[in-house]
Design a protein around this ligand. Structure first.
Ligand code: NOJ
Length: 580
């Protein structure tokens, strides 16, 4: 018997030695493969996705109903905006119970079915983790504000009024732009970087951190696959609250981001929670320098998986001024800074910004579909994890409400009130909101041509975009040239092409004001991506010695061939070629 066991051990040793010498694929040899690098993340805004009970608000059962559709897109991961109990001052980003489901969205049983349904289909789930702040209706805050010696007092940032007014802190959403709110119950101010109903949690208190880690474990043990960490760059604060220079809010990330002990907290979080699971973690915002971003995500630091920077979102906010050179510089700069280390997210929209096609493309009837497909090509051919916002796959556009009464977003409504009080120009604000308001991308998902775009049988919580009769899933399903069909095709191409995930990126003709072209190279494989960002027909010339061969994808029926390194690109043409 003993002899048999020894033989078995020898056999195992030999086998493992042989296996270690098995040739690795080119991809494995040259890159550090991770599932979350290869994933295409599809972001769902649950409030606007699909309503099944007729209350006008999307719900978890609605997402369950649409799981086969989601699977058909070919995506790997769903990022779900917050679904926890919330009084909805900021559509779920004000959480009153981190272990419960918002009543409008359903129940924990619904959540369990949703997660099982996703996993059955091979789709992973990333949840929003909103822990820079809670709701003022969270039990912690109710306790905290009730008396100065309450055990929860230090769960939040309080400033006793006897010390005078604390140094000014600007607030993103407050009607007075003031992040300190006086509370007479205990004659003290509390801090809220966002709305008054979103008091900031005190991460300097170890008990708060332990609470957060326990919440994370609760959801991870249910089987979720990661977290998108809301406003996370703001969690750590200098609690002496020193004065900031006047006008600091113009560089708010520099002053609020990456506070004193953020990396200690992240390491602690990694040791106590993240190291025990194979998850995707992404912090919203990446500080104000490349160094900040690297410090969050470089693999050897053992903090987070990938950075989600906002420089791309901060440009082109004036529709009259869309400078492609600026766009190219931003994405090229970030790619170069992460070429050897760290990992980025690539996206052109989310629930906080305008619709991708309205901002970066052209949402006129003539060019909406083609320019939307061009942007889809960009997201799915750049290095970094692709994030795609629900509705963009059918080319949904900004709604651009004419009246403030149509808006639902706390940011827009409070800004309006502030300006009204100051006697500011309200018409110009409404004009601006038409383009930049967050409500533009929160209108109901357009499923079909029936009432309310098939989103609800009730009254939708926010108006449906009137273009739903032509822009909807049902119409696009049957059309091989639709945005939807193109998105599926491009997701498939990315999944089949490690070069698009891991390949080196090199910009071509960086000074070209209409065309964004780049190559992607991995080992022997080299692809060329050519994107005409303009509504003009444009001649484009490859550099000497570069030879484009077979066209492997195009957002038109065909993009044509390069002849002597030259091609005439049609408006918003997006083509991918193999390079010699
Ligand atoms: C960022 C979220 O994306 C946004 O929707 C929210 O309003 C703020 N953080 C506050 O949580």
């Amino acid at each position: 018997m003993k002899k048999n066991i020894s033989w078995l051990i020898i056999l195992l040793l030999v086998l493992s030695a042989v296996c270690c010498q098995c040739p690795k694929s080119d991809v494995e040899r040259s890159v550090d493969r991770k599932w979350w690098k290869e994933a295409v993340v599809y972001q769902i805004y649950p409030r606007s996705f699909k309503d099944t009970d007729g209350d006008g608000v999307g719900d978890l059962k609605g997402i369950i109903e649409k799981l086969d559709y989601i699977k058909s897109l070919g995506i790997d991961v769903i990022w779900l905006n917050p679904i926890y109990s919330s009084p909805n001052d900021d559509n779920g980003y004000d959480i009153s119970d981190y272990r419960n489901i918002m009543a409008e969205f359903g129940t924990m049983e619904d959540f369990d079915s949703l997660l099982a349904g996703m996993h059955d289909r091979g789709i992973k789930l990333v949840m929003d983790l909103v822990v820079n702040h809670s709701s003022d209706e969270h039990e912690w805050f109710r306790q905290s504000r009730s008396s100065r010696d309450n055990p929860y007092r230090d769960y939040y940032h309080w400033w006793s009024a006897e010390k005078g007014k604390p140094n000014y802190r600007w607030s993103f959403f407050d009607e007075n732009s003031d992040a300190w709110r006086y509370d007479s119950t205990t004659n003290a101010y509390y801090l809220h970087y966002f709305s008054r109903k979103q008091p900031d949690l005190n991460w300097e208190n170890p008990q708060v951190r332990q609470e957060v880690y326990a919440i994370m474990k609760f959801w991870l043990d249910k089987g979720i696959d990661g977290f998108r960490m809301d406003a996370f760059q703001f969690i750590a604060k200098d609690t002496t609250f020193p004065a900031f220079p006047e006008g600091f809010e113009k560089q708010v990330i520099k002053y609020y981001g990456m506070g004193p002990h953020i990396h200690d907290y992240l390491k602690e979080m990694h040791d106590s929670v993240l190291s025990k699971y194979d998850v995707l973690t992404v912090s919203e915002g990446a500080g104000s320098t490349f160094e900040d971003a690297h410090n969050l995500v470089d693999a050897d630091r053992k903090e987070l998986s990938m950075a989600y920077h906002f420089e791309g979102m901060d440009i082109w906010n004036n529709p009259e001024n869309k400078d492609l050179l600026e766009f190219k510089k931003v994405y090229t700069r970030w790619d170069s800074a992460f070429a050897d280390k760290g990992w980025l997210s690539i996206f052109l929209a989310n629930h906080d910004v305008p619709r991708m096609v309205s901002k970066f493309g052209n949402d006129s009837p003539e060019f909406r579909a083609v320019s939307s497909k061009m942007l889809t090509t960009f997201i799915l051919t750049m290095r970094g994890t692709s994030y795609y916002y629900n509705g963009d796959e059918i080319g949904m556009t900004n709604i651009g409400f004419d009246s403030i009464g149509d808006y639902r977003d706390v940011a827009a409504l409070n800004e309006y009130q502030r300006l009204q009080r100051q006697g500011g120009n309200l018409d110009s604000l409404v004009e601006r909101l038409k383009f930049i308001s967050r409500d533009n991308c929160r209108t109901p998902f357009q499923w079909d041509t029936t009432a309310n775009a098939g989103f609800t049988t009730g009254t939708p919580w926010i108006q449906v975009n009137p273009n739903y009769k032509t822009v909807n899933v049902a119409v696009e399903e049957g059309d091989p040239n639709s945005c939807l069909s193109y998105f599926r095709k491009m997701v498939k191409l990315r999944k089949e092409s490690p070069v698009l995930v891991y390949g080196r990126y090199e910009i071509i003709d960086p000074e070209n004001k209409q065309v964004y072209a780049y190559s992607r190279t991995l080992n022997d494989e080299k692809l060329l991506v050519v994107l005409n960002f303009s509504q003009d027909t444009v001649d484009f010339q490859l550099p000497e010695g570069m030879k484009a061969e077979e066209e492997i994808s195009c957002n038109l029926e065909t993009g044509g061939e390069f002849i002597n390194g030259q091609i005439t690109l049609k408006p918003y043409q997006a083509s991918v070629y193999r390079l010699d």
